[in-house]
Write a protein that binds this ligand. Structure first.
Ligand SMILES: Nc1ncnc2c1ncn2[C@@H]1O[C@H](COP(=O)(O)OP(=O)(O)OP(=O)(O)O)[C@@H](O)[C@H]1O
Ligand SMILES: [Mg+2]
Length: 313
């Protein structure tokens, strides 16, 4: 059974005097225990909005999110801590408290795990590690627990953020661009560390990244998001060997560029359309080199590749 099931999810952003932005516009996705799912797509396609909804931070307009058999609803901070979902954010400078020793911040995570003990979570029967143990597990010296965040490099800080998340013994770990603020040498190390520690503890990992080469390195499955929808999902190696959706094909072609996948290759004109005013039919049709008549009028609402070239028989 899936640990996380996102079914036809719609999440809207509303601001006064502005059109409603359907940042997530009917997205479906699953993560299994011990599985790493990479979520990729251009800037603004709705990845963070989806991740925040999974954590109960964004209200659901339509569709559903089920975590561990329970529906996810917007939660207060305390209840959110008890769900068993932990998130590691892009910027380790703002996600750690600059005034507190990192050992104390990791101890907060340990307390969160203890608070959940009452709920009978089976993973809590193991002996609890100490903050120093966790620092060691993320590759930092044990005695760094007494230091403050400014005494760490960006990569080290992100290791601390991962240690704090793991201290809470999550069933699901979400990384929202957890490596994009790190220098190139730290990126694959930190990504691999997250994968290893999540899988080793039996947790699922939803890893959001612009960097397809890192996703390929760590993900069992990959989900490609375009303008609020998952347009292709599949085993990482299969998607790599034969991307079906023209958008996935374009992303894979864009990899060798130094600016990564934030920019589409020259063959695909145009920017990401406005999610407040998406195109009719297939959302990708104005940029698609294979556009057909049906694409302009009818949305391809099927998987694993939501493209009229790949309509299931
Ligand atoms: N609080 C908000 N209010 C209004 N619009 C928002 C808000 N947050 C996000 N949006 C809009 O929703 C859409 C999706 O944003 P989101 O942050 O989920 O994208 P993303 O895929 O995470 O992008 P990035 O790769 O840049 O992090 C964008 O058009 C964005 O401008
Ligand atoms: Mg984002």
């Amino acid at each position: 059974m899936s640990l996380l099931t996102v079914d036809d999810l719609v999440v809207e952003h509303r601001s006064p005097g502005r059109p409603v932005v359907r940042a997530v516009a009917g997205a479906s996705l699953a993560v299994h225990p011990g599985e790493v799912v990479g979520l990729v797509g251009e800037s603004g396609c709705g990845k963070s909005t989806l991740a925040r909804a999974v954590c109960g931070l964004n209200p659901i307009a339509e569709g559903s999110i089920t975590f561990d058999g329970q529906p996810v609803t917007p939660l207060g901070l305390r209840r959110r801590k008890l769900t068993g979902i932990q998130m590691v954010f892009q910027d380790p400078y703002t996600s750690l408290n600059p005034r507190r020793r990192v050992g104390d911040q990791i101890a907060d995570g340990l307390r969160t795990a203890r608070d959940r003990e009452g709920s009978g979570a089976p993973e809590l029967t193991r002996a609890a590690p100490s903050p120093a143990d966790l620092l060691e597990r993320v590759g930092l010296p044990r005695d760094f627990a007494g230091r403050h965040p400014h005494e760490f490099s960006g990569g080290q800080r992100q290791r601390v953020a991962i240690a704090r998340a793991l201290a809470a013994r999550p069933r699901l770990l979400i990384g929202d661009e957890p490596i994009s603020a790190l220098d190139a040498s730290a990126q694959s190390q930190v990504a691999t560390l997250m994968r290893d520690l999540a899988v080793e503890s039996g947790a699922g990992l939803l890893f959001i990244s612009h960097d397809l080469s890192v996703v390929r390195l760590i993900a069992d499955r990959i989900a490609v998001m375009y303008l609020g929808k998952i347009v292709e999902v599949g085993d990482t190696e299969e998607v790599w060997a034969g991307p079906r959706h023209p958008y996935t094909q374009a992303l894979l072609k864009a990899i060798p560029k130094p600016d990564g996948m934030g920019v589409l290759p020259a063959e695909l004109p145009g920017d990401v359309p406005d999610p407040a005013n998406p195109p009719e039919g297939c959302r990708f049709h104005p940029r698609c080199p294979f556009v057909m008549d049906v694409c302009r009028v009818k949305e391809p609402d099927f998987g694993p590749a939501a493209c009229w070239l790949h309509e299931p028989k």
